[in-house]
Design a binder for this molecule. Structure first.
Ligand code: ADP
Ligand code: ASP
Ligand code: MG
Length: 814
C-alpha cells in the first residue's frame, strides 16, 4: 500500500487533474493506493475570504462565491464527459448552495465563529475530492471516495491534536474490508471526538496523508506538488536553489517549520514514528527524482542542507529589570500565549534574563500585545517590566542541517556574509541540537539574505557581483566591452558572475535587477529615465542586491560626493575618479572609515597610473611593516605623452589636441597641464603612505603661461596654447640645449611634496620613459638605495578600464 497526496497546485485545473489521474493510474499498477487531494489551488483562500467578507457585512462575498462556483463548474465541464456531467453539476451546485447558506448566515449575524469558518474552509477539499472521484469513475478506474471526517478524529476543534487511537482504529477497520484498488480522501477535513467538523490547519492535507500512511503502515508516502522536491532554498526566491535528493526527517521538520511549505510540519510526526519514507515529487515532472526523506541520511559532505524562511512575522519583546532571576516569568508568558492560541515560531532570551524576544505570525501581533500586557499588568504598573514592544515587517531565516553540529564557524560565516551585505540581524536562536541557526531580519532584506547565504553555502563555486556603473565615456565603454569579453572566462576560471545591473551617464540611467542586456546598452540607455547621482544611489539602495558595487568612471565632483552614501550602505565603491581621494583630508579619511565600518570595499587603484599596480604595491609595503621615505614619479601619462612628442617643428597645441583625442588627458586637459592632476596623484600616494596632507600643501611649479592658467573653458584654453607657442618652444629649447628631456616629476619626501617640469639627464631612470608611460620609484626602509620601481603604460581608456576591472575582481575574490 502507498499513500499519495496531491496539493492544490496539482489539482488547480481540469488539465492538471488529468495529469494527477495519470500518475494515480500508473502508481496503482503495482500497489493499492490511498490518495489524498487538496482543494483546487487557491480555493481555500477564496473560501476564507468569502467567510470574512460575509462576517464583515460586506456584500462582495457574493462575488467571491461566484468565483468559487465558476472554478468548480468550469473544472467539471472540462473534465467530465458531457453525458455524465449533469448529475455531477447538480451535486456540486447543491454543495455550493450549502456554502452560500452558511455565508449568508454569517452576513446576517455579522459574525463568524471558528467552527463556521472551519466548515466553510472544508468545502474546498470536499468539492475537489468529489469532482476528482467522478472523473476517475468516468475513466473506469477502480476508485472509491471516502469522507476523511469519518476517520480522522481530533481531540478538540481548532487545535490540531489527534486522537490517534480512534483515528487509527477507524482507518484500519475500513482498510480491512476495502476491496477497491484506489481510495480517494479529501485532505484537511476532520471531526472532533464529539463529532464537530474541524480542519487540520493550513497546509493540513499533508497531515491527512501522513495519518493515513502511518495507520496502514504504508510502504511510502508520496507528496506530489509543483516543485521537484525539497530545495536548498525556496526556488521562487533563490533561482540557483537545487533539489536535495535525500534529507532526514529532522531536517525536513526544521526546514518546514521555518517556512519550506512543501510539507506541513506536523506531517512528519506520524510517519517518522513508523519509519515510513516520504518522497516529495513533482506532478508536472513525474520522472524527476524529487526528495527522499528518511530517518537517517548516509554520508553527506555539506554542513548545511537548506535555508528556509518565513515572512509576515512580528517580534514581540518583553523586557525589564524586574524579570531578572525571578522564576516563572517565561512560564506565565507562554501560558498567556497558549491560552490565546498564539503559536510561537522562535524564542530568544538574553542570558541576563533581562528580556525575552518572541517571533510570531504578524496576524497575531495585536492580540499578543493585548494579552501579554494584560497578564503582566501588575508588573507593568510597578515599572518592573515595560509594556511589550512589537516590531512588524520582519522575517525569519533558518540555516538547517544535521551535519552543522560537526562544523565549526558556520554561524561566523553566516553572520559575516550578512554583515558584508548590510543585513542587520535582530535576533538569533540556535537550537540546542545545533541542527538549526535561525535569525530574525527585516522583511525587505529577505531576498538579499537568502541569495547571499545560498551563494555562500551552496554555490561556493560561483559568486555573483552586481555592478552599478556610472560614466560610460571612453573608460566606461571600454570597461563594458571588457566585461562582456571576459564573462565566460571569469565564470569558468574565477567562478565569478559579474552582472551589470545599472548604467548611467550624465543624462540618463537604466536599471535591471536581473542584469542588463549589454548587447544594445547604448540604445537602451538613451531610452532610460532621467539621471542624477542622487536618484541613481536611491535606486541602487532600493534594489538591495547582494555584493553590490558602485563603479564611477567619471571625473565628476558631484558623483564623488555621494560615495559615502554607498559605503554607509555596505555597497562597495570602485573608482578612477580621483576627486574623492584628493579632496580635503577629512573627507578622504571619512571614506576610509566608512569602508572599514561597513565592510564595504573602497578601491581606486586607477587614481594613480591607470592600470598599474601602484597603490596596491604601496599598500602591501605598508601593511607588511615597511615605511616610505621618498617617492619620485612621473605620474602623468598625458604630460609624458605631450613632452615625448613635443619636438622641434611640431606645435604644442597639436600635441595636446592629439593627446586629448586619444583619451590620454582628462576631459579638461588644463587639469593635466596645470599640474593639478599630478598633484592630486602624489597627494594620494602621500596619504596612502600614512601622511596627513592637503592639496594646498603641495608645491606646484606651473609651466603654463599665466594666460592659459586663467582661461575659463576648454576651447579658450586650447586657443591660449596656440597664441603662446613661443613660450613652449622656449621651455623645450632650454632642455634640449643641455641634452636633457622634459619630464613632469612628482616628488614626496618626509612629509613634503612637489610637482613640476624638470630637465632629466640621459643617465636618469626617467629619461627613456616612452609614450604615455608612468614610473614610480619607492624609496623605503627596505629599499633605501635601489628603489622599488613600478613602470608601464599609465594612461589611456583601455588600461584604465582594465585597472577598474582588476579592482572589481579583487572584490570578487574577497
Ligand atoms: P501544494 O499546493 O502542493 O501543497 P505548496 O504551495 O503548499 O504546495 O508547497 C509548494 C511550494 O513550497 C513551492 O511551490 C515553493 O514555492 C514552496 N517552497 C518553500 N520553500 C521551499 C523549499 N525549500 N523547497 C521547495 N519548495 C519550497
Ligand atoms: N487546502 C488547505 C490549504 O490550502 C490544505 C492543503 O492544501 O493542504 O491550506
Ligand atoms: Mg501544501
Amino acid at each position: 500500500m502507498n499513500v499519495l497526496k496531491f496539493g492544490g497546485s496539482s489539482v488547480a485545473t481540469a488539465q492538471t487533474i488529468q495529469q494527477v489521474l495519470q500518475i494515480v493510474a500508473n502508481q496503482s499498477k503495482n500497489d493499492s493506493l490511498f490518495v489524498v487531494v487538496s482543494a483546487l489551488g487557491g480555493v481555500t483562500d477564496l473560501l476564507l475570504k468569502a467567510g470574512a467578507q460575509a462576517a464583515a457585512n460586506n456584500n462582495e462575498y457574493k462575488e467571491t462565491l461566484s468565483e468559487i462556483e465558476k472554478r468548480h463548474l468550469d473544472t467539471v465541464r472540462e473534465l467530465i464527459p458531457v453525458t455524465e456531467q449533469s448529475s455531477v453539476i447538480s451535486t456540486v451546485k447543491s454543495k455550493l448552495n450549502d456554502l452560500e447558506a452558511l455565508c449568508e448566515g454569517a452576513f446576517l449575524l455579522s459574525e463568524l465563529s471558528p467552527k463556521t469558518s472551519s466548515v466553510i474552509a472544508s468545502f474546498g477539499e470536499l468539492l475537489s475530492s468529489y469532482i476528482i472521484s467522478e472523473a476517475a469513475k468516468a475513466k473506469k478506474m477502480d476508485l472509491i471516495l471516502q469522507d476523511s471526517r469519518d476517520y480522522i478524529t481530533t481531540v478538540e476543534a481548532e487545535k490540531v491534536t489527534l486522537n490517534y487511537e480512534v483515528t487509527n482504529n477507524k482507518i484500519l477497520a475500513f482498510a480491512k474490508n476495502n476491496s477497491s484498488k484506489i481510495v480517494l480522501f479529501p485532505g484537511f477535513v476532520a471531526r472532533t471526538e464529539s463529532g464537530e467538523p474541524t480542519t487540520l490547519g493550513r497546509g493540513g492535507s499533508d497531515f491527512t496523508a501522513a495519518i493515513l500512511a502511518a495507520a496502514v503502515q504504508a510502504k511510502d508516502l508520496l507528496i506530489w506538488t509543483d516543485v521537484s522536491g525539497m530545495f536548498t532554498a525556496n526556488p521562487r526566491v533563490v533561482k540557483q536553489a537545487k533539489p536535495v535528493s535525500h534529507i532526514s526527517y529532522q531536517e525536513a521538520m526544521e526546514l518546514s517549520h521555518f517556512g519550506a511549505k512543501v510539507i506541513y510540519p506536523p506531517t512528519i510526526q506520524p510517519v517518522l514514528e513508523k519509519n515510513i519514507p516520504i518522497y516529495i515529487k513533482n506532478t508536472f515532472a513525474p520522472d524527476d527524482f524529487g526528495t527522499l526523506i528518511t530517518r537517517e541520511v548516509a554520508e553527506r559532505k555539506q554542513a548545511v542542507t537548506g535555508i528556509s524562511h518565513i515572512e509576515n512575522i512580528s517580534v514581540i519583546t518583553l523586557e525589564g529589570g524586574g524579570m531578572v532571576g525571578i522564576p516563572g516569568f517565561s512560564k506565565r508568558l507562554f501560558e498567556t500565549l497558549y491560552a490565546a492560541k498564539i503559536n510561537v515560531v522562535l524564542i530568544t532570551q538574553a542570558s541576563s534574563e533581562h528580556s525575552i524576544c518572541l517571533a510570531i505570525d504578524s496576524a497575531d501581533a495585536d492580540k499578543a500585545k493585548t494579552v501579554i500586557d494584560a497578564s503582566f499588568e501588575f508588573e507593568i504598573s510597578k515599572g518592573k517590566v515595560h509594556p511589550t514592544k512589537t516590531e512588524n515587517d520582519v522575517a525569519i531565516l533558518a540555516l538547517v542541517g544535521d551535519n552543522m553540529v560537526e562544523h565549526q564557524g558556520l554561524s561566523g560565516k553566516m553572520f559575516s556574509t550578512l554583515g558584508k551585505n548590510n543585513v542587520n540581524i535582530r535576533a538569533i536562536a540556535q537550537g540546542a541540537s545545533e541542527k538549526n541557526i535561525s535569525i530574525v531580519i527585516a522583511k525587505k532584506d529577505i531576498d538579499k539574505a537568502l541569495n547571499s547565504l545560498h551563494e555562500q553555502f551552496f554555490e561556493v563555486k560561483t559568486k555573483q557581483l552586481n555592478l552599478f556603473i556610472t560614466g560610460v565615456g571612453n573608460v566606461g565603454s571600454k570597461l563594458i566591452e571588457q566585461l562582456q569579453q571576459q564573462a565566460d572566462y571569469l565564470k569558468e576560471n574565477l567562478r565569478l558572475k559579474i552582472r551589470v545591473v545599472a548604467l548611467s551617464n550624465s543624462r540618463k540611467m537604466i536599471f535591471n535587477p536581473e542584469g542588463l542586456d549589454l548587447t544594445n546598452w547604448k540604445e537602451s540607455l538613451e531610452n532610460g529615465e532621467q539621471a542624477s547621482p542622487d536618484a541613481f544611489f536611491k535606486q541602487t539602495k532600493a534594489m538591495n542586491l547582494r555584493n553590490s558595487i558602485f563603479v564611477d568612471n567619471t571625473a565628476t565632483e558631484k558623483i564623488a560626493a555621494v560615495y559615502k552614501n554607498y559605503l554607509a550602505n555596505s555597497i562597495g565603491v570602485v573608482t578612477c575618479n580621483k576627486i574623492a581621494c584628493a579632496d580635503a583630508y577629512i573627507n578622504y579619511h571619512e571614506l576610509q572609515t566608512l569602508s572599514r565600518e561597513y565592510s564595504a570595499p573602497f578601491l581606486y587603484e586607477t587614481n594613480v597610473g591607470a592600470g598599474l599596480p601602484i597603490i596596491d604595491t604601496l599598500n602591501n609595503l605598508i601593511a607588511s611593516g615597511d615605511r616610505v621615505r621618498k617617492i619620485q614619479a612621473v605620474l602623468s601619462g598625458s604630460l609624458n605623452f605631450v613632452f615625448n612628442y613635443y619636438k622641434k617643428g611640431v606645435s604644442f597645441f597639436d600635441i595636446v589636441k592629439q593627446a586629448q583625442e586619444q583619451g590620454y588627458t582628462e576631459p579638461d586637459p588644463k587639469i593635466d597641464l596645470s599640474g593639478v592632476d599630478v598633484a592630486r596623484k602624489i597627494l594620494i600616494l602621500a596619504r596612502e603612505s600614512g601622511q596627513v596632507m592637503e592639496l594646498s600643501d603641495i608645491e606646484n611649479n606651473p609651466f603654463l603661461p599665466q594666460e592659459s592658467l586663467a582661461t575659463a573653458n576648454v576651447p579658450d584654453f586650447f586657443e591660449s596654447l596656440k597664441t603662446n607657442e613661443a613660450h613652449f618652444t622656449e621651455i623645450l629649447e632650454a632642455a634640449t640645449s643641455k641634452d636633457c628631456r622634459l619630464k613632469y616629476v612628482a616628488q614626496y619626501e618626509e612629509g613634503k611634496a612637489s610637482v613640476g617640469l624638470q630637465h632629466i639627464p640621459s643617465d636618469h631612470p626617467f629619461y627613456n620613459l616612452e609614450g604615455s608611460d608612468n614610473i614610480v620609484l619607492f624609496y623605503t626602509d627596505r629599499y633605501p638605495e635601489q628603489p622599488l620601481i613600478v613602470k608601464g603604460a599609465g594612461a589611456g581608456a583601455d588600461v584604465t578600464a582594465s585597472g577598474i576591472f582588476a579592482d572589481i575582481i579583487r572584490i570578487g575574490k574577497q
